[in-house]
Structures are given as C-alpha cells and as structure tokens.
Design a protein around this ligand. Structure first.
Ligand SMILES: [Fe+2]
Length: 305
C-alpha cells in the first residue's frame, strides 16, 4: 500500500485518488446522527456475524462493504463524532462492539495514511472479519479469565481458522494478510507465524495497534480499563517492539494527545471530557465540562467548550 506523509500540524483527512475531493468538515453536532446510525448498524452486523456464526453460511461481504463505505463517509465529514460514540459503552466482553471500534479506528488510520477507497475498504474487511475464527473456539471466546496455557495455544490458531473460513470467498490477498497477521509483532514474538518488521503487511500492523488500543480502554473481568491517554502511553512503551513505530505514530496522530472521551483537568482546575480534537490545535482539544469526578485525568492547557 502506498504511504503519504503530512505536515506536522495538519489533522485533516487527505483526499486520496478515487475520492471526489475533501468533503467539507461538518460541525460535530451535524454528524452525530449519521455516526450514531452507522455505529448501531455496524454493531448489529458484527453481532450477527460473530455471535450467530454459522460455518455453512457465506460471509456477508456485500453488506460489509456497504457498511464500511458508509462509515468512511461519516469519518471523512468529522471523525470525532464516531470516536465519541464508540467511547460511550466500553464493555470489554462485548465482542461485537470491540469489533466495531477496531474497524472504525483502522479505517480512520487508513484514511489518514491516504489509502485509496479500495484499499481502505480492504483494510476495513480485514478488521471486520479478523476474529471470526474465535467463533470456532466458543469455549475460549466465552472464557472470562486469563487463558491457561493450552487455551492460549488454541487461541493462537484463530487467525488461521478465520483464513480457512474466508479464503474461499475473499480472494483478495491484501484482506487475507490483514486477517492472518493481526497478532504478529514486529519483534517476531507474535503469532501465528512469528513474522518480523516489514514481513508484516501494513494492514496487519494497523490492526495490531487498533485491536490493542481498544482492549486497553475497555474493562475486562481480569483487568481494569485505562484512560485513553494512558492507553496510548502503554502502546508507546511497545513502539518498535510489538508495534511498528510509524504506524503507531499515525494512530496517535489520528486520536490526538488526549483522545476523544478522555477526562482531563484544564489549567483552570475544571474537569472536562474531550469531545473533539481540532485540526488546527492538536495539543488543545475541545472539551466540555464535567461534574467533579475521581477518574484518572490528563492535564491540558486551555479550555475550549
Ligand atoms: Fe484476534
């Protein structure tokens, strides 16, 4: 996939070849309805696909492509609305919601990298179907505790199981590589193949970061959730180890220093929630005040409600 570099302060999503032009950036309020509708439609789709998995049924690829195109359209208008909605209910045990959030973040990174429409859609397909192999391991998928060694070994097969299910219907090598490589690490300690560095596809690298970020911001029975800015810090600790440095920086760039949904303390001592990262001032997110809370907070300079 081609890559493109952008000026340090430019957060606008680029218009890659194949897109008409950069659409007007709509105010947050004007994109919430569309964002809410597509998030709900994606959640229903992923629930049906993952929770009512039927090996004998063909993967619903046409519906998936339509949903991905609609999601891209909303992201290009104002991606903050979808980022805000996906932060509303962070239940780590909701596999469908985890799938949707990972798809959204992956698409956003693909757009920010300047991928063409077909490549962005392929990235979305990889994200959407990457964990379908888990449905073939129901005793693992339903396990609420950290996995025992033998359970972990079986779990490591889920990318390959997904490949076996999808390879007949998805002939695109790019999509299949994203699916099978989404748990690889650049240091070679990932699975299933232990690939290193640029042996891993761009899709595999993006999905690895998006998947891990969402796992960190969600609460699980065996681990507490992290505030978004601390989740990014945790990922940064693994930059160049688990995650590709360049891809990770693009993800952080998309989300901002204080991602939408972060609870912050402004320099006048008020608690607030980040609702939008401004294209012009990425270090100064737009926030809305909150009642006094005892959550972990980041500190931002300035206050723009
Ligand atoms: Fe996975």
């Amino acid at each position: 996939m081609p890559r493109k570099s952008f000026p340090a302060q430019d957060f606008r999503l680029p218009s890659a070849p194949g897109y008409d032009k950069i659409p007007p950036r709509l105010p947050l309020e004007k994109t919430y309805f569309a964002a809410s509708r597509i998030f709900s439609a994606m959640s229903s789709f992923c629930s049906g696909m993952l929770l009512e998995f039927d090996m004998a049924r063909q993967p619903p690829l046409d519906r998936a492509r339509a949903l991905l195109d609609e999601t891209v359209d909303v992201l290009r208008r104002n991606y903050n609305s979808l980022l805000g909605i996906m932060m509303c209910d962070l239940d780590g045990e909701d596999r469908a919601a985890h799938c949707v959030r990972t798809v959204i973040l992956s698409l956003l990174v693909g757009l920010q990298l300047g991928l063409a429409p077909e490549q962005t859609r392929n990235l979305g397909l990889s994200a959407m179907f990457r964990d379908v192999g888990m449905a073939l391991l129901p005793y693992i998928a339903d396990c609420p505790q950290p996995l025992a060694e033998d359970g972990g070994e079986a779990l490591r097969q889920h990318p390959v199981l997904a490949l076996g299910y999808l390879a007949h219907d998805i002939r695109c090598r790019e999509v299949l590589r994203g699916i099978v490589e989404h748990h690889e690490r650049v240091d070679g300690k990932g699975y299933p193949a232990g690939l290193t560095g640029d042996q891993i596809s761009l899709a595999g690298k993006i999905l690895a970061v998006a998947d891990s970020y969402d796992a960190l911001i969600c609460a699980h029975p065996y681990s507490a959730s992290l505030p978004p800015h601390l989740a990014l810090a945790r990922l940064r600790d693994l930059s160049g180890v688990a995650f590709d440095r360049e891809v990770l920086e693009h993800v952080i760039r998309c989300l901002g220093a204080y991602p939408v949904g972060s609870v912050v303390e402004t320099n006048d001592g008020q608690r607030a929630v980040v609702v939008e990262n401004s294209p012009d001032t990425p270090q100064r997110p737009i926030v809305r005040p909150l009642p006094s809370l005892s959550a972990d907070v980041g500190r931002v300079q300035g206050f723009r409600a």
